[in-house]
Each structure stands twice: as C-alpha cells, then as structure tokens.
Write a protein that binds this ligand. Structure first.
Ligand code: UGY
Ligand code: MN
Length: 264
C-alpha cells in the first residue's frame, strides 16, 4: 500500500488503485501508489515527483518527507527556475542563500528564478513539504520577488459570489512580476464550483482536507486528503465538497499574468 501510509507487505485484499493517468489531460495520483524518487541535493528526504513534463505539465511538483536530518544544501531551482515550498506539517528553515525564513505548518515561500532554495528540517521529527518548480516566463519591466507567508494568517474571500466556497491567494495578485500563483480553495459540504471550468491555465492540486467529487474532463472521480490532481491546459474541471469533514480543501498552482506565445 506504499511508503506514504507506512503499509508495506501484502495488502490482504486484491490489488487495486484509484489512480487515473491521462497524459496531457489529467491525472489523479493517490498517496497509496507513490514510490520514492532519489533527487540529487535532497539528503535524508523521502520524496516523490508528481506532475512533470512527462505527464504534460510545464512544472514539476513533489511531496517531500524531510527526516530528522533532512536538508538540501545544494540549492533547488535558480538559473531561471522559480520555486515554491509549502509546509504541510513540521518546521523547516528555508533560505535563499542570503536570507533565512522559519516556516511552520501552512507556512510557504516563493523564490524568484535568480535565487536557489535551501532547506533544512527543524522539527524534532519529520517535516512534510509540497514543492514546486517551473521555468519563469520573464516580462519586460517586471520582476518577481521572494515572498513568504502563512496560509493560516491570510484572509480568505468568497469564491465567485459563493459564501460556502472560500479562496486564499498565497502570492500577490497585483504584481505582473509573478507569472504564477498558489491558492487554497475550500468547499463546505455540498458546495461546488459554479460551473465546469475550461481554461488555458494548468493546475497541480494537493488535497489538504476532506473528500470531494471531482469532474476531470467530464469523468466524476472521488478524491480525498493526500490525493494529488494534475489538470492540463483546457481540461474540464469542477468539484463538489462531500464527506464527513468540515470542508473539502486543496492547495493548487495556477499560471497567470502572461499572454500566450505563438512559438513552441
Ligand atoms: O482558479 C481556478 O482556476 C480554480 N477554480 N480551479 C479549480 O479549482 N480546479
Ligand atoms: Mn481552474
């Protein structure tokens, strides 16, 4: 049943999976099927690459368990690659080479493409991270900047006129220097999107809490905490919050503030 839920050995039931992989369209990747990937620079870390170019994404997403001595001293990103780290659990030091940020649960840091991200676990036990990197798309006259925050300290607002759907914007929305943003969307039980979205942007989404029914390219799939969803450009998408938790809540990335190129 996989390293993420600590259930190795025979499952005592027929092998089965909820994973669905439709390259260049969408993917549902539950934690039970994840395997560890060794990524150079990450020491004492157990991690899995989620979305990648091989799946059809322009970005790479990861889940990382930093063991007690976990660190990245080599630096992640930089040289044209922007990065984002979100602390799902635990406590870490995240640095850009000249400045350090202490991040606790729900804390996050965006680093622009001219800075490398350095990480060190500072929890007594493990820390759980969600990590992202993408080639930054420059825009003349605008620069992105390092930005840190904690989702627990940001105010949400009604999502598209619906009080039972709340959205949190994790990065500035009024600065064209940023070519992407991270958001959290939360649905009370029974709440849903107002329509099935079709848009040019891509998403990588990690379910933080609860259960939902997600429409991906007009297939309705049950999803829950720990599941990862990749949505390619133009993939139909919408969800209902269901289940017994307070809400159905996920963290997701979305590209923004750029026109589409006519070149590859
Ligand atoms: O911002 C969004 O595009 C978001 N509403 N998409 C999604 O939740 N699948
Ligand atoms: Mn969307």
């Amino acid at each position: 049943m996989g390293y993420k839920n600590g259930q190795t050995g025979y499952p005592g039931a027929p092998l089965a999976s909820r994973a669905v992989i439709k390259k260049n369209n969408y993917a549902l990747i539950p934690p039970a099927g994840l395997v560890k990937n060794r990524v150079p620079g990450f020491d004492n870390c157990e991690m899995t690459i989620l979305a990648s170019r091989k799946l059809g994404a322009s970005f790479v997403d990861y889940v990382v368990t930093m063991l007690p001595e976990g660190k990245n001293d080599l630096g992640f990103g930089g040289d044209g690659v922007e990065t984002f780290v979100y602390v799902l659990d635990g406590r870490i030091r995240a640095g850009d080479g000249s400045r350090d940020y202490a991040l606790e649960r729900d804390g996050y840091l965006y680093l622009p493409p001219d800075k490398k991200l350095y990480l060190e676990n500072r929890a007594g036990g493990n820390s759980e991270l969600f990590l992202y990197k993408r080639l930054y798309q420059p825009l003349a006259g605008h620069q992105p900047r390092a930005f840190a925050g904690n989702a627990g300290e940001i105010k949400s607002y009604d999502y598209e006129g619906m009080k039972d759907v709340q959205i949190w914007d994790l990065l500035p929305t009024d600065d064209l220097g940023f070519d992407m943003n991270f958001h959290i969307l939360s649905f009370e039980r029974g709440a849903s999107h107002g329509y099935i979205e079709t848009h040019v942007q891509e998403h990588g989404a990690l379910i933080l809490e609860g259960e939902g029914i997600y429409n991906l390219d007009n297939e309705w799939l049950t999803v829950g905490k720990g599941d990862y969803i990749f949505m390619a450009a133009y993939t139909l998408q919408a969800a209902y919050g269901i289940g017994r938790s307070e809400c159905f809540r996920y963290l997701y990335s979305k590209d923004c503030n750029r026109d589409e190129s006519l070149k590859e």
